[in-house]
Design a protein around this ligand. Sequence first.
Ligand code: CIR
Length: 250
Amino acid sequence: MLRALCRYIPNSFVNALAMTAPETPIDVALARRQHLQYRDALAECGVAITTIPGDEACPDCVFVEDTAVIVGHVALVTRPGAVSRQTEPVEIARALDAWCRVIRMEAPATLDGGDVMQLGNTIYVGRSARTNAAGIAMLEQTFRSRVVAVELPPHVLHLKCVVSPLDHDTVLLAEGSLPPALFAGFRIISVPREETYAANAVAVGSHVVVAQEFPRTHDALSAAGFTLHPVPTSEVRKADGSLTCQSLVF
Ligand code: CIR
């Protein structure tokens, strides 16, 4: 059975990192209700969820995806690229230890899990402001898979802001973001430019947890045979978060 590790939202989430300050402050109570809807949607997809306490000292700790890359039973616990996030992995490593062989990334390597996408036997990794060459090298050493490093378009925080895996041979890709040739041999479901945010979705078998209010993306996914679980994202979006970032699924 698939599991997901999630983390509760601390009050300090109002101070989460954001590339652009939100027009209205994060409503933490609403963010918590939306987080519950997200976890409920994952549970509807058949995922067993463990949620660990948040940490007031870590405003961004709900974004657990960035703190580990899990392949099979091996978890590479990362050293996130943002200094304010570098203590988040301590509790994540402790929690993952129940299920995985945990390997810790060491300085000077940095890597955010949001930059890492597994597709079949290939691991794609974004070279971003958060993920450096030493982090990518450590990813290669740890998993010994084919690793493809991808240059990200300007102002894109993480690789999975513009592309996410749907199944072993299908990706959801924002139009105009990355060259489709990178995914030659895979089926591509395109997200129209004006719905780019919806390119980040969590797929579990034929089910997809997707952001609400992106009708063209929903139509494309439904036409491809996926069952949709739309969830609200207004509050995480104010902190540059989306859907994959709120869980570690393994
Ligand atoms: C950050 O800047 O690190 C957080 N405010 C957002 C992280 C989102 N993570 C992700 O998409 N994987």
